[in-house]
Design a protein around this ligand. Structure first.
Ligand SMILES: NC(=O)c1ccc[n+]([C@@H]2O[C@H](COP(=O)([O-])OP(=O)(O)OC[C@H]3O[C@@H](n4cnc5c(N)ncnc54)[C@H](OP(=O)(O)O)[C@@H]3O)[C@@H](O)[C@H]2O)c1
Length: 367
């Protein structure tokens, strides 16, 4: 270790681990995650919950594995080969692959996490650690979405010259599920890179989604939603991000696409049956768990070999977007912070999410 406070670190920690299908139990004697030379150890001060937390727990339970992805905290130990210049005490946020069958000691619902230094997002002074914990999964997902939709940045996020694209070309991107935690971040990212996002949401979340930067919102529960979008975009929509990714949302998204076709990207595996209805639409779905450049040992279509390119893409994406967080060009999804319950309160939060009761906000827990 290059730099550490190892002497002051406890030998064990409190952590929420899978105790069976759909069940989390609090362990008081869980081991601290082992630290690789390219990783830092972070003392977790806040975590947020994601749908993947309960999906892993319910559908691919790894008994004894620490759960949780999104976290924020301070660096307490630094491996000997870390490339990002972080110091002890630096405030960072990121996400880990909790419930990972290959790394059962490392999940966010714990007092300590280990994470590659390049995947740490610096938390600017204007953001509290609680608020910062709500953002990493969505921020990292954004890099995959831009790549999948083949949306070149029209503004120089990284200081490089952007590609020249005719100003006459429509730049609509539909974000279906604009009020999701991923949706409000993606809308802001799309706007920052030069596109005109439009979105679907419930009427009660219209103000939130418009404030995030959507040019127009549509009620996805309306039977005329797809037609309204098609009319608004004058049959020219060619990019759709589906943050819900169910067969019914995919069918609706396909109806919105202009007659010249385009690209559809979902955050869940798409329906082959609906894909086959239009050969002019390139369908794709993303899986951000490849961000670590390590194997994803999930079943079936979720299984992945290590993809180093994804780690490289996200490392440079994080460096590009850090200034956008610092100057509030990318703002957090609304947060509901539980400051009293700590790790004990997380299972109830996950249950609300499981039942579809979270709308337009991210549940955050101070640890
Ligand atoms: N593949 C990946 O790498 C990846 C990465 C990130 C997320 N995801 C997945 O993406 C999905 C969204 O995650 P999240 O955390 O962003 O969600 P979230 O914040 O928990 O989503 C809640 C929102 O979903 C909206 N919603 C529900 N049904 C809808 C529908 N039919 N049409 C439009 N909006 C609908 C609701 O909007 P209203 O309240 O306005 O009704 C609600 O506010 C999850 O399935 C998650 O697992 C996957």
């Amino acid at each position: 270790m290059k730099n550490d406070t190892t002497d002051q670190l406890p030998k064990t920690q409190r952590a929420l681990v899978a105790g069976g299908v759909g069940k989390l139990i609090l362990r008081n004697d869980a081991p601290l995650p082992s630290l690789q030379p390219d990783q830092v150890l972070v003392k977790v001060q806040a975590v947020a919950i994601n749908p993947s937390d309960h999906k892993f727990l319910d559908l691919s339970t790894v008994e004894g594995a620490v759960s949780g992805a999104d976290f924020a905290g301070t660096v307490v130990a630094i491996g000997s080969d870390c490339l990002k210049p972080l110091a002890i005490g630096t405030r960072v946020c990121s996400c880990v692959f909790g419930s990972n069958p290959l790394r059962s000691d490392n999940g966010a619902f714990a007092e300590y996490v280990a994470i590659r230094s390049e995947l740490c997002i610096l938390v600017p002074p204007r953001l509290s650690l609680e608020v910062a914990a709500s953002m990493p999964v969505a921020l990292i997902t954004a890099a995959y979405v831009l790549r999948s939709l083949r949306l070149p940045s029209l503004v120089p996020l990284d200081g490089k010259q952007p590609p020249k694209i005719s100003s006459a070309r429509p730049r609509w991107v539909l974000v279906n599920g604009g009020a999701t935690a991923t949706g409000t971040i993606l809308i802001q990212v799309l706007k920052n890179v030069g596109y005109q996002p439009i979105a679907t949401c419930s009427p009660k979340n219209a103000a939130l989604v418009l404030k995030s930067g959507a040019q127009k919102v549509f009620d996805y529960k309306s039977s005329t939603c797809a037609n309204e979008i098609k009319a608004y975009t004058k049959d020219s929509l060619s990019y759709v991000l589906d943050c819900i990714g169910s067969p019914s949302t995919m069918a609706m998204c396909y109806q919105t696409m202009g007659s010249a076709g385009g690209r559809y990207t979902a955050l869940e595996p798409y329906s082959e049956r609906i894909k086959s209805t239009r050969s002019d639409i390139m369908a794709d779905w993303i899986l951000a768990w490849t961000v670590y450049g390590e194997p994803v040992a999930l079943d079936g279509i979720y299984k992945r070999e290590p993809i180093l390119e994804d780690f490289m893409m996200c490392s440079s994406w994080i460096s590009m977007i850090e200034p956008y967080l610092a100057n509030a060009k990318i703002k957090p999804h609304p947060v509901d912070i539980n400051r009293k319950g700590g790790l004990n309160a997380i299972p109830d939060g996950l249950d609300l999410m499981r039942k579809g009761k979270i709308s337009g906000k991210k549940l955050v827990f101070a640890i």
